[in-house]
Design a protein around this ligand. Structure first.
Ligand SMILES: C[S@@+](CC[C@H](N)C(=O)[O-])C[C@H]1O[C@@H](n2cnc3c(N)ncnc32)[C@H](O)[C@@H]1O
Length: 261
């Protein structure tokens, strides 16, 4: 589907910075020029006080929208609770004392997992195929780069690509010790805020029904391992069993060791 039928950019105020950021985004995603009127698209982007937000035009109540903020909300909560080399996520990707694998987060989403892994010292290449989610993530990184507490992490360790990961693996000359996957999975019981974020994310990206193919492509590309995040108790992706699993409180990390070294 042409992204122009899916999302438009609305100007909310005459704030010059918001207008400039809107125009840059329109040009990067080849969208129609931003306007003050509503377009007939299911989603709209709004820059509010220099922060990009995605709104669902069909939602009964106009919520504050979806955005990425590494120092508040869901990403920050994940960061605070998971930034230890002893956390199951860190152990699953191969982090240990003195060892920091290079990682491709091939389902980048809102970047919360990538943020934790980069904070722990890994080089993280993020890949996201949804232009809408990519734009939110790119904007979150832009704002992180002007925050002295986390600027260095993003400047030195993180890169972001708008791409389908299966195609990205074919085209890149980079190999990664670990490829990390966290495709969408069935609903979980969570807080109302998280439900709103997940509902909106799901209505934008769908159910990632091709995740078994992504796992196969990742296993062919990763040098050491592929890690797949699943809800506790959920079945593994694909036909083959993982080499082992690291259990977290709410999630399980299925680890597939490869022998491409
Ligand atoms: C559940 S979210 C990931 C959340 C992320 N781990 C975080 O910490 O915020 C899944 C994301 O992966 C993306 N995705 C799924 N399959 C992909 C693929 N083959 N290539 C690139 N992105 C993909 C989806 O568009 C969606 O944004």
């Amino acid at each position: 589907m042409d992204i122009k039928h899916f999302v438009s950019i609305k100007l909310e105020s005459p704030n010059p910075e918001d207008i400039l950021l809107s125009e840059i985004l329109a040009s990067r995603l080849s969208l129609s020029p931003p306007s003050f009127s509503d377009d007939n698209t299911p989603f709209k982007f709004i820059f509010h006080e220099s922060r990009l937000q995605l709104h669902d035009n069909s939602a009964e109540t106009q919520s504050k929208g979806l955005f990425v903020d590494f120092l508040a909300g869901a990403s920050f909560y994940r960061f605070k609770t998971e930034k230890s080399i002893h956390h199951p996520l860190a152990k699953a990707v191969g982090i240990k004392k003195g060892v920091r694998p290079s990682i491709c987060d091939a389902t980048a989403g809102f970047g919360a997992d990538s943020f934790v892994l980069a904070y722990l010292g890994c080089n993280v290449t993020m890949v996201e195929r949804s232009p809408l989610i990519w734009a939110l993530l790119d904007d979150g990184i832009r704002r992180a780069l002007s925050n002295p507490d986390i600027e260095t992490i993003f400047r030195s360790l993180v890169s972001l690509h708008l791409a389908e990961s299966m195609i990205f693996f074919k085209n890149t000359s980079n190999r990664f010790q670990t490829i990390y996957l966290d495709p969408m999975y069935p609903h979980r019981k969570k807080s109302a805020l998280n439900k709103m974020r997940m509902r909106l994310l799901r209505s934008v990206v769908g159910d990632d029904e091709d995740s078994a193919r992504l796992l196969t492509a990742a296993r062919n590309h990763a040098l050491q391992r592929v890690v797949v995040k699943r809800p506790a108790g959920a079945p593994s992706i694909g036909q083959e069993k993982p080499s082992y699993a690291a259990e977290g409180k709410h999630s399980r990390y299925d680890v597939y060791l490869t022998n491409h070294l």
